[in-house]
Write a protein that binds this ligand. Structure first.
Ligand code: C2E
Ligand code: MG
Ligand code: MG
Length: 754
């Protein structure tokens, strides 16, 4: 069989590679006959004959049973010369049926021989069993036998090649399907070696190389050695992986690959084939595969390999595209490290296969990054992040995963010995270099040991890390915190609380209690403080000390605070209506959290509430604590000035408990000081608290502020406060905080007593 060689872009001699032709095997011919003479004459007749360049190897069987046994052991028999009548009249034809049916040998050619013309099988039989020829024994002279066998062997050879090519094509199609599912260029290239080896029937030993940066499709420098790297290698070449072709220690492999890439055509040589795969979109996408194989390839294999190469080139383009998409999805564009999605997937996988034991997950936040970004610009911020990423990647061994999990948040996953406070602090101690400028950074860190009670998903693990980070940051800058189960529980509890609070707010299960404030000089009520109350679904009261911080953290406090203000004013209007004519007007004190203060809409909402409810601003007092300082003293001072300009009062609540800086007290335009009840409770003793209470009264006086004592529970305390000259008081001694109807009753009673 000849194949027009110009169909194939194989280069042979020109490369200097010597073709080695494997010794051609002889065709196997099985002679089945019960007559010993026939065996002898046939052997004699065939001696020294050659057909299609190959010798003949005659096998002998003297019965149908023996023939069957023989063929079972040696299925590659080209021709069977078969006696029709042997043990029985049908022995020959029965054997044909079994060769085709039982043994499934469809390519083997069968030539029937019979002693007499009368024993000839019917045409139908010849057709049914695909019998090649029918001869009487007398016709089998050397000459005639040669002609018969030549035809049979040609036919056998063609059938066999057709079958091989059909199987090969099936393989190519299967391979293409598989390649579509491959996830990366490396997997893909490994698959190429395996598939080609399978196609050629050799062990998968080979090398695939491509332009240096196949994933990015960067143009390779002239397609030369330096521009190509090994992206997959199998068998004895495994060690070459990721090496540049120019640096390969196996010169033969490097030569063959380069020759193939330069000539942009497949080539072969002693013991190998080098296949060329043309890139789509220019030479930068070209790649080549070097496979150990006997050479030259039979023409049929060459054709198959060509089909395969064309197919695979298309697949490669798909794989490169998928790789790029994956890269987009998993790699942080700015820093070139894993992103949050990649880390979560990796954590998921490692939680599933149990390989996180002995590991820890750290998150690292650059402190005050937002401020730095604002002050020096985003480009500077980017440089800072890049320098930080570089420091982590270079300073940590490959066993650690470094990822970016948020704007300025990095994560490191690795062995607990490395992923802990001290080594990471040491690593980040030296200043980062940003365009020649040295810059020290402060980093907050959280650590989640991955040992016991691991959550079931990577994102939950990251959530634990976030909770821990929040805790670390609450203590200030540059701190570390290690996750504990209690911390996790605490955070879960807060989440539950917040959900409950949202529901309660939506379903009107929140209400206000009002605590009267009295003038110590005459015992008359002068105002009320509104205090928020939450009765949970089970009927129990949830103390504000628990739910207010949660509402603050979530921002819910803004709408909650606005609701308190409006409801408080409503109550004040109702109290006015219930009061006898001429009764002095009460003031309403409302607690305001720093979060509300920081909200840009604060003043507008205040004005709206006062206008809507028709209450004079002078009857309202806002209670703030010293914690408003976190919003920024300038801003608070400005805002309070606005508040005061409207005539609304400002009380400093819990005075004495914070970091009471007198200088800032001086700067805040307050109207009242509220002595915290911890000091009041110590009045009448010589404890330090009592002395502080005594100091606050003259201090307030000096600053021109009225002073109110909180938490007055006993007559002794009241008396002590009166003696000190304290203006007002509130506390259980006068009344507990009361819901509105209770307050109205209390007010009526207290007025009738006065
Ligand atoms: P606060 O503003 O200092 O409120 C005074 C707290 O002392 C109230 O606790 C009140 O019930 C309690 N109290 C009053 N007299 C006595 C007494 O004689 N003895 C004792 N042992 N306690 C007394 P409450 O209602 O549990 O509120 C706790 C804190 O929650 C408040 O402290 C305030 O900071 C905050 N809060 C309450 N309502 C609101 C609100 O509507 N908005 C904001 N932002 N915070 C609120
Ligand atoms: Mg208060
Ligand atoms: Mg207070």
């Amino acid at each position: 069989m000849t194949v027009p060689d110009d169909l194939l872009p194989f280069i042979d001699e020109s490369t200097g590679h010597q073709a080695i032709e494997a010794g051609p095997e002889a065709w196997r011919i099985l002679l089945v006959d019960d007559d010993a003479d026939v065996h002898e004459t046939t052997a004699f007749a065939l001696r020294g004959l050659e057909i299609a360049g190959r010798g003949l190897h005659l096998l002998h069987a003297h019965s149908a049973a023996e023939a069957l046994q023989r063929m079972r052991a040696e299925p590659d028999i080209a021709v069977v010369l078969l006696d029709v009548v042997m043990e029985s009249e049908h022995a020959g034809l029965d054997l044909v049926a079994r060769i085709r049916g039982e043994l499934g040998l469809l390519n083997t050619r069968i030539v029937l021989r019979t002693g007499q013309p009368g024993q000839a099988p019917e045409l139908e039989t010849i057709r049914r069993y695909d019998i090649n020829d029918y001869k009487t024994k007398s016709e089998l002279t050397r000459q005639k036998l040669y002609v018969t066998l030549t035809a049979a062997i040609r036919s056998y050879d063609q059938l066999r090649r057709l079958e091989a090519s059909r199987r090969g094509l099936e393989r190519v199609i299967a391979a293409s399907n598989q390649f579509i599912a491959e996830q990366g260029m490396v997997d893909f290239a490994e698959g190429v070696i395996i598939q080609i080896a399978g196609l050629l029937g050799v062990d998968p030993e080979g090398v695939v190389c491509a332009a240096a940066d196949p994933l990015r499709g960067a143009p390779s420098a002239g397609g030369e050695a330096a521009g190509f790297v090994v992206i997959a290698a199998a068998g004895r070449w495994r060690h070459l992986i990721r090496r540049r072709v120019g640096e390969l220690d196996d010169e033969a492999v490097a030569d063959a690959l380069l020759h193939c890439l330069r000539a942009r055509a497949s080539t072969s040589g002693p013991g190998f084939v080098a296949l060329f795969f043309e890139g789509r979109g220019g030479a930068s996408g070209d790649f080549a595969a070097y496979i150990a194989a006997r050479t030259p390839l039979p023409a049929i294999d060459r054709q198959l390999v060509e089909v395969f190469c064309t197919n695979i080139t298309l697949c490669a383009a798909n794989v490169a595209l998928v790789s790029r998409l994956r890269e987009h999805a998993y790699v942080d564009r700015l820093l070139g490290i894993a992103n949050r999605t990649a880390l979560i997937e990796q954590l998921d996988a490692r939680i599933a296969d149990g390989s996180l034991a002995g590991q820890a997950l750290a998150t690292l936040d650059i402190d005050q990054f937002a401020e730095t970004n604002d002050m020096f610009g985003h480009r500077f911020g980017d440089l800072l992040l890049q320098a930080m990423a570089q420091r982590l990647v270079q300073g940590l061994p490959g066993s650690c995963v470094v990822a970016r999990v948020g704007g300025n948040a990095f994560a490191v996953l690795g062995p607990t010995a490395l992923v802990r406070d001290e080594p990471l602090r040491v690593l980040l101690e030296a200043p980062l270099e940003l365009e020649g400028v040295q810059r020290r950074i402060s980093v907050s860190m959280s650590f989640v040991p991955c040992d016991d009670a691991l959550p079931s998903t990577g994102s939950e693990l990251l959530k634990d890390a976030a909770i821990t980070m929040k805790r670390a940051k609450s203590g200030g800058h540059g701190r570390s915190e290690v996750f504990t189960r209690a911390l996790g529980e605490d955070s879960k509890e807060r989440t539950r609380l917040l959900h409950g609070l949202h529901r309660a707010f939506d379903h009107d299960r929140l209400f206000l209690a009002f605590q009267p404030q009295v003038d110590l000089s005459n015992g008359r009520v002068v105002g009320v403080e509104a205090l928020l109350r939450w009765r949970a679904e089970d009927g129990r009261m949830v103390p504000p000390d628990r739910f207010i911080p949660v509402a603050e953290q979530s921002g819910l406090i803004v709408s909650l605070g606005n609701w308190c203000l409006r409801s408080g004013l409503d109550a004040l209007v109702q109290a006015d209506r219930a009061a006898p004519p001429g009764a002095p007007l009460l003031t309403l004190a409302v607690n305001v959290s720093p979060v509300e203060f920081a909200h840009p809409d604060f003043l507008r909402q205040l004005d709206l509430a006062l206008a809507d409810k028709g209450v004079a601003p002078s009857r309202l007092e806002l209670e703030i604590t010293e914690s408003v300082a976190v919003v920024g003293l300038d801003h608070v001072a400005e805002l309070l000035t606005e508040v005061r300009r409207r005539g609304v009062g400002v009380a400093i609540d819990d005075f004495g408990t914070g970091f009471s800086s007198l200088s800032y007290l001086d700067r805040l335009p307050a109207t009242r000081l509220k002595i915290d009840r911890t000091f009041v409770s110590r009045l009448g003793s010589d404890q330090p608290g009592a002395r502080i209470a005594r100091m606050i009264v003259p201090l307030g006086r000096q600053l021109g502020l009225r002073v109110l004592a909180e938490g007055v529970e006993t007559e002794d305390q009241r008396q002590a406060l009166v003696d000190m000259g304290c203006d007002e008081a509130q506390g259980f001694l006068f009344s507990r905080p009361l819901p509105l109807p209770g307050l109205l009753d209390w007010l009526a009673a207290s007025r009738s007593m006065a």
